[in-house]
Structure formats: C-alpha cells, structure tokens
Design a protein around this ligand. Sequence first.
Ligand code: UGA
Length: 432
Amino acid sequence: MKLCMIGTGYVGLVSGVCFSDLGNDVICVDKDISKINQLKKGNIPIYEPGLSELVIKNYKNKRLTFSTDINNSIKKSDIIFICVGTPTKKNSSSADLRQIYSVANKISSSINKFKIIITKSTVPVTTGDEIEKIISKKNNKNKFSIVSNPEFLREGEAIRDFIFPDRIVIGSNDKKSNSILKNLYSPLISKGAQYIHTSRRAAELIKYASNSFLATKITFINEMANLCEKIGINIEDISIGMGLDKRIGSRFLRAGPAYGGSCFPKDTKAIISTSDKFKTNLSVIKSVIKSNENRSNLLLNRIYEILNKKIKNKKITFLGVTFKANTDDMRDSSSLKMIPTLSKKGAIIKYFDPTGYKIEFEKNKNVFYEKSVKKSVEGSDLVIIHTEWNDFKSINFKNLVKGKKFIIYDMRNIYSPAKIKAQGFKYFSIGR
Ligand code: UGA
C-alpha cells in the first residue's frame, strides 16, 4: 500500500520505517527541510535503538522516501497518517492542536481519490470529528474516511513495540476503512497482535485512558514505596507480591523517581481538560498528577536528609539524566527539577549520560557534564543513579575510585543493598 506519514517525530518516523519494512511504500513528510535532508543521508534525529539500521535499509531499497512536499505526497498515497505533535498548551492543561488542524487543511486541498486519513498523534476525543468537518468543507464525504489509530510505542523499545504490539486499535465509523486497515496490519495480526475495531471517539479515549492508567499504576507503587521506607519493608517484595496477581500484572510496578517523558505528564493533563469539557470529575487522575508533581520534592528532601541538610559545596553526581533509559529525551525528566534546585542550593553537580551533554542545564551554576562514569564520580560526596541504563547496572564502585567513598542513592533500585553496603558504601534506594 502507499502510505504517507506527516511528521517525522517519534511516532511518524518509527511507524513509517516499520510499515516500509513490512513491504509498503512509505513517504515520510516533514516541513523541516534540514531534518529531511539529514534523514536522506541516513542521519536520525532521535536516539532509538535499531532505528537507524531500518531507515538505511528501507531507504536504499526505495520503499522509504523522505519529502517536504506535503501536497504531492498526499496525492500519491492511499493512507495518510497524521503524526504531528500535540504538546500541552502554554498556561493550560489542554492539548495544542494547531499542527493537527493545519495538516487537516493541507490534506483537504490535496484529495484526488479516496483517502483514509488517520490520526496517530495522541489527540483528545472529538478531534477526529473536527478534522472531518475541516475536510468535508472542500470534499465530498465519500472521498475520505477519518480514522483514529493510536500508537502505543515506548521510547527506547519503539521498534519491538511496533512489530509485537499487544493490540492494534482502529477507531472508524465506517466498514471500508476498517477492512483496508485490517489488511495493512495483517502481518502483525498473524504474529499474534489483537486487532480491535471501535468507534473513532472510543479509540481516541483508549489512548488517554491507557496512558493515564499506567501513570496511575506507577504513582501507586511510588506511594507504596514511601510507606515502605517508613515501615522498613522492601518495595520489591510488594511489587512482586502484587504483580503475580494476573488481575494486577507485574509491569509498570517499578518504583522510581517521578514518571516523566513526552506522554504521561502531557496526556494525564489533557484527559483532565477533556473531562472538564464534558463536566466529569476524574478525581483519581487529578491526584496522580499532583502526587507525581510532588515526587521530585520528596526525593529532594531525601537527598537533604542523606547529606545531613548540608548541600552547599557538596559534590553530587547524577548517573543518567533523561526521563528513562534508552532514550535521549529530557522532556519532563525529574532531573530537570532536581538538578537546578540542588545547584541553587550551592551543590556542585557532575553528570554522565550515555546520550551525552544536555543543553537543558546550560544556565545552571556549577553543573558539569563528564564523559564517563568514572570521571563523573571522582571526588563525589553523593552519587545518584537516576536512570536504569545497562551502563550503570554492573559498576564495580569499589574499583572505580580509590580512597574516598561516596554515598550512593539508587533511584532505580538496580543494586542489592546488602552487596553495596558490604563494599563499604553508604547506600540508599527507593522504598527499601
Ligand atoms: C509511554 C507508554 O508506555 C507508551 O505505551 C505510549 O505509546 C507512549 O507513552 C506514548 O504515549 O507515546 P514512554 O513515555 O516512551 O511510553 O515511556 P514509558 O516506558 O512508559 O515510561 C514513562 C515513565 O514512567 C518513565 O519516566 C519511566 O521511568 C516511568 N516508569 C515506567 C516507572 O517509573 N516505573 C515503571 O514501572 C515503568
């Protein structure tokens, strides 16, 4: 099939490349000329394991092309995926849909035969209805179908999540598009993915409900970890004990720093905005947002306690600063709250991240990037393991630095407390 992905961000690029790998002809379109030129050279704008190899392979065999010409790309394609950003509006919790509607207007002028137009971007319920209104101003309704096909990719695992999804959700109000899309996804369905067809509005809500539920699960276990710390119970036992109940499930029950990234913080806020619009109180999600926003403060207080409230001139190392491992994404990472606060209190911060220097800390006083774990921990008073990169999972702290021993605060519970303490280090972790 001939597909056009509009927007070469995370969702558009990963889905486009994977669809081309399944044998479709895919044009990835972006208005950013330099991004498209870089992609043509095989330079990938995001850090995602395995993505670069797939781009190069499919670009060489010409199933994957890149373009800045949106109108022509739409004309050549049967299925158009809208994959542009829907960030949170400034001074509001609702999603900013300007890019979505701008693309809808462009599609509207380029319909030359029947097109399926799909929102893959996360969009609030009823956005599909609005797109339909825009496109039907210039086009007869039998010339197009508007579908919601939310994406459930995780950064760092995106290719695997695309190839082996738990489910594929198609929200459309007509049968024709459903049967075409079932055929498009048949290679994944034959490998075991569940395919469900719902109304368009239901598919839009499934995405927000799923992300909000996962955010709730994480927040729940984070609060349990707070309680465990007070009682002297190991949170890992609680996660295992709860997770083995199939009704609960073990995934997304890892306590850690506040959840971050480009999705959970944004989508939990946006669903509250939708619920306000429809005069419904989603009180659980409201308290999840509050609890998560407060979590960085809780962890900062723990740091003050660990350092006996003396932060000035203390040397603190962060191992990993992104919102999680296997990504270079800094959006809503808890490090963005912790590092500036510690810097303001007079700490000297060194950080190492496998994805390199971060411009986000450029303006913070006494915050330095180091090129290796070893360099970053030299002379440190406190080493904070902030993300769960494999690079940090088997560090021999004892051999790493001779002489002065630092305190370790493992925010991802990577290490066994007993083993680290046996090496002579003071060790703190989350909920144990
Ligand atoms: C999330 C969802 O997991 C995807 O299904 C969804 O497609 C995506 O948002 C999206 O809407 O585009 P992502 O933001 O890439 O994916 O990252 P996650 O792996 O879900 O992690 C989110 C945050 O939760 C991270 O800060 C992570 O460290 C934290 N987390 C996750 C925990 O603290 N504990 C866990 O057990 C799991």
